[in-house]
Structure formats: C-alpha cells, structure tokens
Design a protein around this ligand. Structure first.
Ligand code: SAM
Length: 283
C-alpha cells in the first residue's frame, strides 16, 4: 500500500493513503502529484505539501473568496495570484464580477488540475470573464497597469516559487495594483505550526496599508488548527461591515455555501489569544 507523507514540518507529519495515483511529475517549477484517498477524495500536492483536497477545499476557497468580496460589496475587477487548481476562480466567478485576472506561475498545475481535479474549477477556466496570465505573481504586480477591487493571494507555502509572494516587496507592488478602497487577502499558513509566517506578514504588510489584520478558518488537511488569512486595505470599514449589511449582500447573491455565512464572516476576525499574543510581539 503506497502512502504520501507530507514533508512540511521537521518534527511532525501527516500521511495519506494513495488509493489511486492519477499524476506524478516534475513540472518546470515544482513536483506535482494528484491522487485519490478514500476519505478525502482527490488530493493535490506540490513539493511534498498538501495543497487541496476535494473533501475540505470548500472551507478554504469560500473564506478566501467570499470574505473580501462580500466585505467590499461591489467588486468588479478581481486579481487572483496562484490558485492553479481553479477552486478560487470558481468561487470568485459566483459573484457578479466583470473580469477576473488570474496569474499562475505554473501552467502544468492548471492543465493537470483541469484533467484530474475537475470538480475544483467546475468549468471556471472556460468563463469568458477570465483573463488568464501565466507568469510569476511578483513580476505581474510589478508591471501591471490595471487596478483591482479585490486581490486574492492563493499561494503555496513560502517555499519554492511561492516564497516571493510573502515578501515586503511583493506587498508593496501588489498595493499599487489595488484600486482605492480595495482589499488584498492572503493565504497565511497555520499559525500554531508556522508562527513566523503570521508575524512576518504582519510586519511586512503594515507599512503599506492603513488597515491590516487577519481572519481565520479551520481547514482539516492544513494540520494544526486554524489557518490564518491576511488582510490589507486602506478602508478601515471593510473589516467591520455590519452583520445586516453582510446578510443582505449574501441573500442577494443567492449563493449556496458549505462553510461561509455572514455570521462566520464576522466571527472569523476574532483571533484566538495565542495569535493575538504572537502578533503583539510584532508591534
Ligand atoms: N490552497 C493552497 C494552499 O493553501 O496551500 C494553495 C493552492 S494553489 C495550488 C497555489 C498555487 O500558487 C500553485 O498552483 C502554484 O503554482 C502557485 N504559485 C506559487 N508561486 C507562485 C508565484 N510566484 N506566482 C504565481 N503563482 C504561484
């Protein structure tokens, strides 16, 4: 019986039974695997780290898409950096946006996900509102002339090609691509296991946005409790939109969700004390 053993941490690891291997290869940028596991459905890994599984992807994708989009309330232009599996694009396109630009460094991730993980994108890559760019997100935000209402960083961990997406230079450049009153959100790891990532992002985002913070959600296959999502905006009100306003936007959108709802949206900004304490050391 073959198993996939995650190599993210030194002292601890999780292991998944490979019930059927669909794809394994080195792309131009990273080592990509897609396999089936009886409990989790299809699982995608990059460089030995679990990226997404069919069973729990809804928590991650709904929270990183719907929290900024419902907080903003009238986003028309959205930028996704990374997100090659297509789950984020699928959720963003459920909103009445005019255009989504997605910048993914690795075309092979998109191609293989469309073939072996089709429920993630669910046809989203064929949507005429998509402007797909194959490029390094760092390069893209340094050269783009367009501005976006919402920017979503759906990156890998800060290892390999994703490392640059956690740098202060990246946040500075991305800020220039944010329309006035817009919001940028990031995948920020699991603070219980990766406390440095939370602290570094706080320090690196703060100089570039009037309001920064984090919200969180538990994604079962990102081992170690809550995952944190970074938040940066010059509009301080976006982090505190009133519940009736969120509810009315949500009702109007008529979305069927499995994790997100307006009460969870608000509650997600309440951080556990170990995160509050960890962030206090960065002030
Ligand atoms: N949900 C996942 C997680 O939390 O680990 C992330 C999913 S998605 C597969 C991450 C994507 O970011 C990958 O497809 C990877 O190729 C892409 N990526 C990594 N570094 C990048 C960069 N510098 N520019 C654009 N895309 C990048």
């Amino acid at each position: 019986m073959k198993h996939f053993r995650e190599t993210l941490y030194d002292a601890i690891c999780q292991e998944f039974r490979i019930d059927k291997l669909y794809y394994e290869n080195r792309t131009e940028h990273q080592h990509l695997m897609i396999f089936h596991n009886a409990r989790l459905g299809r699982v995608m890994t990059l460089d030995g780290v679990v990226q997404t599984t069919e069973a729990d992807e809804f928590v991650y994708h709904e929270m990183l898409a719907h929290v900024p989009l419902f907080a903003h309330g009238q986003a028309r232009h959205v930028l996704i950096i990374g997100g090659g599996d297509g789950g984020m694009l699928r959720e963003v396109l459920r909103h009445p946006v005019e255009q989504v630009t997605q910048v993914e460094i690795d075309r092979a991730v998109i191609d293989m996900a469309r073939e072996y993980l089709p429920n993630h994108s669910a046809g989203a890559f064929d949507d005429p509102r998509l402007n797909l760019v194959i490029d390094d997100g760092m390069n893209y935000v340094g050269t783009a002339s367009e501005q976006f209402d919402v920017i979503i960083i759906d990156s890998t961990d800060p290892i390999g090609p994703g490392e640059v997406l956690f740098s202060e230079a990246f946040y500075a450049r991305a800020k220039h691509c944010l329309a006035p009153g817009g919001v940028l959100v990031t995948q920020n790891g699991v603070p219980f296991m990766q406390p440095d990532e939370l602290q570094h992002t706080a320090q690196r985002m703060r100089p570039h946005f009037a309001d920064t913070g984090f919200f969180c959600a538990p994604v079962p296959t990102y081992y170690g409790g809550f995952m944190a999502f970074g938040w940066g905006s010059d509009n301080r009100e976006l982090r505190q939109v009133a519940l009736p306003v969120l509810q009315s936007r949500f009702d109007k959108a008529r979305l069927k969700t499995r994790y997100y709802n307006p009460a969870i949206h608000q509650a997600a900004f309440a951080l556990p004390q170990y995160m509050v304490d960890s962030l206090a050391t960065t002030d």
